[in-house]
Design a protein around this ligand. Sequence first.
Ligand code: ATP
Ligand code: SF4
Ligand code: MG
Length: 331
Amino acid sequence: KTPVLEIKNFHVDYGLGADAVQAVRDVTLTLHRGEVLGLAGESGSGKSTLAYGVTRLLPPPGVISGGSVIYHPPSGDPYDVMTLDDAELRTFRWAETSIVFQGAMNSLNPVHKVSTQMLDVIKAHEPQLSPQARTARAQEMLKLVGISADRMDAYPHQLSGGMRQRVMIGMALVLEPQVVIMDEPTTALDVVMQRQILAQLVELRERLGFSVLFITHDLSLLVEFSDRIAIMYGGRIVEEARSADLYKDSLHPYSEGLLKSFPALRGERRELSGIPGSPPDLRGMPSGCAFHPRCPHAFDRCSDEIPVLGIPSTRNDPHRSVACWLPGRTA
Ligand code: ATP
Ligand code: SF4
Ligand code: MG
């Protein structure tokens, strides 16, 4: 598998100096060409901050305080997104890596038809296309995301939330980017709708060949639809594995707790036991492993040293990594 986006030792803070909130810490994560990578973790774990940081859309007081994001275009040399100037970034964001934000469906302009808004995106980035070619492209994309021809000239308020979200996905895909980052909201879309949207994205991925980074609270969705899953806690990736491996054999106690928090979509209903305690306060992050105050397995070392994400010593599998001091986990 070849990488398309390599996030390396990435750090994001909100604010500067002693008061800075360390929202993303030393994240190293690779998205491969054509794969769906899921990113899960409780509210406040830094998922959106990572997505904003990687696309350089971090609003102030957010600052990227370290790391690089290497993008591999389909042809030509890889480059670091962190070094792009504003003009290069605008192109990068639509044409190479596009992002659909939490609540994006509310960012459609209410006074323009959805087809017009999509045509504007195409026009801005591919001015050489004839108006007929642009219209054909917009129609094709709206059809792909399930907006029928008779709804194309609708105004945003005439569409349901799910349809508007599909329009946003269509806009994100219309320039055929290599990477789509999708940041699902906590509440704006219900799980049934998230499921439909993710299913559609996976199907489109097969046809169009892009890669997806899908961010959600709902691990059961990711187990079903993504190739790999990364779990975030307190700004760090604590485990990364193929979806099936994570489901059958999770190695981090936090992943274990998350998996137990969601009812299985198919088969037996699991008990909604959840994880006792609450996510860490980033202003006073626990020492050592940030999960130690909530971890049922914590021992002395856990509060002293931050576990490093690495290949688990007892699995001999380069496709897995975990950050935990329990025997047989982090080497
Ligand atoms: P959710 O699942 O609720 O979307 P998330 O994993 O996306 O959560 P982020 O929104 O990335 O989490 O937030 C990570 C941390 O950064 C949180 O503790 C949050 O309080 C903090 N944070 C986010 N935005 C700001 C800001 N503008 N100023 C200060 N702290 C912020
Ligand atoms: Fe629990 Fe310790 Fe592993 Fe952290 S390092 S998850 S506290 S056992
Ligand atoms: Mg978020």
